[in-house]
Design a protein around this ligand. Structure first.
Ligand code: HEM
Length: 206
């Protein structure tokens, strides 16, 4: 689970980085060039299959972990001082993950399906920049993206440091550094993503 999680964490850096080109406010030219290169490069097409396989594996691993935990303690504790032993979001990874899955289904319907139809059967190339403008002109879609990103924030905040802990990196000196790096990564990625729908909605990007 830690391996698949770290792969997805890396994907989000690339995804946020490429999309952040929209902030250049050049009518989406730079973003469209990179998106076009990425959708026509066979190595990246191959990696895309790996990405979806990793995503599915990560979900299966999460379900297996959840079922193992239930089997390990079929009878619930009489008294749990949950908040003293762990953070609420570390105990809510399943719910946060499910919210992210719902977010991803909506996200794929917005941006993935149209691109693929255009790539394999459409007559004109798909303009993802225009698509973003259209999608993010609707207030409740922007609001749903914010909900998805709040779920992503808490999921990553725990997931990042949890992955390193799984690899056995649990050390008085290094664990606080890893936690700080995880918090920095989470804030930057989620803030960048959140600014994208907001920038289109409020017309900061044209
Ligand atoms: C809110 C800001 C976001 C924007 C504006 C955005 C935009 C896009 C766009 C335009 C595409 C199509 C790219 C293409 O097919 O070439 C895409 C694909 C994708 N996005 Fe996002 N995205 C955002 C956030 C996220 C988040 C938070 C996740 C994951 C939790 C995510 C996961 C994906 C995945 C898995 C794909 C398919 C990747 C592929 O085709 O290889 N996106 N996104």
């Amino acid at each position: 689970m830690a391996f698949t999680g770290l792969f997805l964490i890396t994907f989000l850096i690339v995804h946020a980085g490429v999309n952040a080109c929209i902030f250049l406010n050049d009518g989406g030219e730079t973003f469209k060039d990179i998106a076009h290169f990425m959708s026509h490069n066979w190595i990246l097409r191959f990696l895309e299959i790996g990405l979806f396989a990793t995503l599915i594996l990560h979900m299966i691993q999460g379900l297996m972990l959840w079922s193992q935990n239930r089997k390990a303690r079929p009878v619930a504790y009489h008294v749990t001082k949950a908040n003293e032993n762990s953070k609420w979001y570390s105990r809510s990874m399943g719910i946060l993950g499910t919210l992210l899955l719902l977010f991803l289904i909506m996200h794929m319907a917005h941006f993935f399906v149209g691109t693929k139809i255009a790539l394999y059967g459409g007559d004109k190339p798909h303009d993802l920049f225009e698509e973003m403008k259209t999608v993010f002109s609707v207030w409740y879609i922007v609001a749903l993206y914010m909900v998805g990103l709040i779920a992503l924030f808490w999921h990553l905040l725990h997931g990042f440091q949890s992955a390193f802990q799984t690899f056995g990196l649990n050390h008085k000196r290094y664990t606080p550094i890893i936690k700080a790096m995880g918090a920095g990564y989470t804030v930057i990625i989620c803030l960048l993503f959140a600014l994208m729908p907001l920038a289109f909605y409020f017309g900061w990007i044209r």
